[in-house]
Every structure is written in structure tokens, then in C-alpha cells.
Design a protein around this ligand. Structure first.
Ligand SMILES: NC(=O)c1ccc[n+]([C@@H]2O[C@H](COP(=O)([O-])OP(=O)(O)OC[C@H]3O[C@@H](n4cnc5c(N)ncnc54)[C@H](O)[C@@H]3O)[C@@H](O)[C@H]2O)c1
Length: 251
């Protein structure tokens, strides 16, 4: 028996038209899951179609997770396209950079709505489905800034601290009902979200020096841990925040 096999499982991944989410969605499909990507990108359905090759099955739902009604509609559309739900990956997130004393509250509000409130709402909707059948896997995307305060990105640090706490709080309520809730905490990943620091030679050098693996992570580095957390292999793992960081956190 392959305990990492996801054949027949149905998964939603938010924010999966690009970046880490796209790779997570691909990893789940490579393990056999049918995946619906939910994203703001108006090309979402076309992207899902393009990803559907070599027997992998993707569908797409265009949704604005900042709009609470649209989120509910998008969730219901995704579940009906999939024909059920076993796995939810709350990946969509955004960054706001700037000195804390200067950041406008409107930018704070938007980030908290996406990075925290939409995670709460999506998990709540998913849990209602999963509790009724006594089985489910919820995977949140935390960050190194779930552990550190970071620098000039205070709203993001606050939001990812909240994602880590929500992961534990959900696990406390739902693990006994058959739902495993865990988070991955990617380290420094070579993606567009980090263009500003990648292009800052001093910060880039400083960060690379501190990573024991001596390299930035790539979106593909997340696949194995996500498949583990989505599969039977992790049935007794819940409330954990797993760093995928080339050893950065232990330094
Ligand atoms: N890139 C990194 O180094 C890194 C490190 C740690 C954690 N993370 C986290 O990983 C997740 C993905 O990061 P990424 O670098 O791939 O980001 P990204 O900006 O490349 O992709 C984000 C995706 O979310 C979608 N999205 C944005 N706003 C949305 C909304 N309102 N409704 C629906 N979809 C929306 C975008 O269209 C996009 O497809 C985020 O939660 C981020 O905080 C990233």
C-alpha cells in the first residue's frame, strides 16, 4: 500500500495560478488527487486546463477571496466541480512592505482579510463538509514570519503569526473529528513575492549566507511535505507547523 497515494481524493488549492500554490496543486495532482484551483486571476480556468495533462485533472474557479460572498460562492462552485472535498490548501496570500509607522490602515485591512480572514472562512466551510464524513486534511501556508518578526513587513508578520495560531486552534477542535490541520512554513523561496529582496544584493547575500542549505528554496521543494500532509501518511500529525526552509529556522 502506498500511504502517500491521493488517488480519488479531491483538493482545493487557493491562489494556485502561479508561484507556490501552482506547484502545490501540481504536487497533489502528481500524487493522484483531482485539484480545483481557486484564484483571482481571470485566466484561472484556462490555466487549470493547460495544467491538465498526463492524466492529471485540474479545474479552476475565479474568485476574489477579499469578497466574503464571492468566497462562499467560489467554494461551493469548487466543491461541486470536484464532486466533494477531502483536502484544502489555504495558500493565497499577499505581502505589504514598508515602515510600520507609515503603512496605511487600508493596506493592513486588505492583507489581514486575505491572509487571515479568508483562511478562517475557507477552513470553516471546508470543516463543515469534512466533519460530516469524519475525514479531511487542511493545510495552511504559514511562513518564517510565523516565528520571526521580520523587517519592514509588520502586517505580514502579524498575519502569518495568526495563521500558525489558527492552525493549532483548528486542530484542537477538529482533530478528534477526523480532520488533520497542519501548516507548512516555507523559508526564503525564489518567487515573485520576494523580488524586492532578491534584487537587493546586500539582503540577498545576507539571507543566502544564513541558509544552511546555501540556496533559496524553489516552489517544487514544497511538494513532498504537502503530499505527506494531504495523505494517510500523516494521519496522526495535527497542529504542526513544518518549516521547509533548508534549515534556516534552526540556525
Ligand atoms: N514566496 C515566498 O518566499 C513565500 C515564503 C513563505 C510563505 N509564502 C506564502 O506562500 C503563499 C503563496 O505565495 P507566492 O509567493 O506563491 O505568492 P504569489 O503572489 O506568487 O501568488 C499568489 C496567488 O494568489 C492569488 N491571489 C492574490 N490575491 C487573491 C485574492 N484576493 N483572491 C484569490 N486569489 C488571490 C494570485 O492571483 C496568485 O495566483 C502566500 O500565502 C505567501 O505568504 C511565500
Amino acid at each position: 500500500m502506498n500511504m502517500f497515494d491521493l488517488s480519488g481524493k479531491k483538493a482545493i488549492v487557493t491562489g494556485a495560478c502561479q508561484g507556490l500554490g501552482k506547484s502545490i496543486a501540481e504536487g497533489l495532482a502528481e500524487a493522484g488527487a483531482k485539484v480545483c484551483i481557486m484564484d483571482l486571476n481571470s485566466e484561472c480556468e484556462k490555466i487549470a486546463k493547460d495544467m491538465s495533462k498526463d492524466g492529471k485533472e485540474f479545474s479552476g474557479v475565479v474568485v476574489n477571496l477579499l469578497d466574503r460572498e464571492d468566497l462562499v460562492k467560489g467554494f461551493n462552485d469548487a466543491v461541486s466541480k470536484l464532486g466533494g472535498l477531502d483536502i484544502l490548501v489555504n495558500n493565497a496570500g499577499m505581502q505589504v512592505r514598508g515602515n510600520a509607522e507609515e503603512i496605511e490602515l487600508s493596506r493592513w485591512d486588505k492583507l489581514i482579510e486575505l491572509n487571515v480572514t479568508s483562511v478562517f472562512e475557507m477552513s470553516q466551510l471546508a470543516a463543515r463538509h469534512m466533519i460530516s464524513k469524519g475525514y479531511g486534511k487542511i493545510i495552511n501556508v504559514a511562513s518564517m514570519l510565523s516565528f520571526f518578526g521580520g523587517y519592514v513587513c509588520s502586517p505580514y508578520a502579524a498575519s502569518k503569526g495568526a495563521v500558525a495560531q489558527l492552525t493549532k486552534a483548528f486542530s484542537n477542535e477538529w482533530a478528534g473529528k477526523g480532520i488533520n490541520v497542519n501548516a507548512i512554513a516555507p523559508g526564503y523561496m525564489d518567487t515573485p513575492l520576494n523580488t524586492a529582496i532578491i534584487n537587493d544584493p546586500e539582503r540577498n547575500h545576507e539571507i543566502t549566507l544564513r541558509i544552511p542549505a546555501h540556496r533559496w528554496g524553489t516552489p517544487d521543494d514544497l511538494k513532498g511535505t504537502v503530499v505527506f500532509l494531504a495523505s494517510k501518511a500523516s494521519d496522526y500529525v495535527s497542529g504542526a507547523i513544518i518549516p521547509i526552509d533548508g534549515g534556516y529556522l534552526g540556525r
